[in-house]
Design a protein around this ligand. Sequence first.
Ligand SMILES: Nc1ncnc2c1ncn2[C@@H]1O[C@H](COP(=O)(O)OP(=O)(O)OP(=O)(O)O)[C@@H](O)[C@H]1O
Ligand SMILES: [Mg+2]
Length: 262
Amino acid sequence: MSDTPVLAFEDVTKVFYKGSQPVVALEGLDMAVREGEFVSVVGPSGCGKSTLLNLAAGLSPAAKGRVVYRGKPVEKINTAVGYITQHDNLLPWATVRKNITMGLKIRKVPAAERAARLESYLELTGLKGFENHFPAELSGGMRKRCSLARTLIYSPEMVLMDEPFSALDAHVKMIMHKELLRIWDEQRTTILFITHDLVEAITLADRIVVLSARPGCVKQEMQVDLPRPRDPFTLQTSPDFSVIFETLWDGLKDDIYKGENV
Ligand SMILES: Nc1ncnc2c1ncn2[C@@H]1O[C@H](COP(=O)(O)OP(=O)(O)OP(=O)(O)O)[C@@H](O)[C@H]1O
Ligand SMILES: [Mg+2]
């Protein structure tokens, strides 16, 4: 893994306005993601995690500070990154097949290769047999898997993932973790992965960044030195896993409880 940051947030503040009322989503956020690294961001609901990805994708500007991608400030849509958004944005009028292969078509990938890659991603995401369905005819979890296939199929150099597995049941989630780790191991795509789920973050990531309650800033960072390849089905039983979990949970729990008014 190289030390060069692919993506860097430098003292980033993001403010939204509801009328004249400001909502500070992020404040003084500093973090970087290195080439080939898998970074997970965890933090309480509303602390600015999706906002962070929107800034990296160039969908909205920072109020203060800079978001830098490969040494250049992100000032317009960042087409180098693939973005799996929290609320899937599948095209409602297009079938699963069209939704998944759209990125390949735009990139002028020949039809035979499109068909071959489609087959393998339908297999991978368990959508085989549903290629002619429309998004409205899929379950929530299937829509999530379709979004995942649609982005991973064209192998973007960096992938932003916003809680991509949150709608999946526990077992399907672990299967997807295994597959994502396999794909990442093969392609060494740089991944910035948002989740609420600490177990998921530890299972997948090289490094975990914990954000504070809103306004979000980096509260804690932790390297996950668990050996790879990791088996999502057994990893949780390792004592090293428990130590990492407890350390992170200690840092996170006060903000989570505060957010939930417990
Ligand atoms: N377009 C917007 N206009 C106004 N306020 C916004 C907008 N987008 C986000 N916010 C506010 O910014 C804050 C951070 O929102 P964001 O969606 O980034 O949180 P999050 O950490 O992703 O939460 P969750 O875990 O629930 O998905 C929230 O208070 C939210 O209300
Ligand atoms: Mg969010």
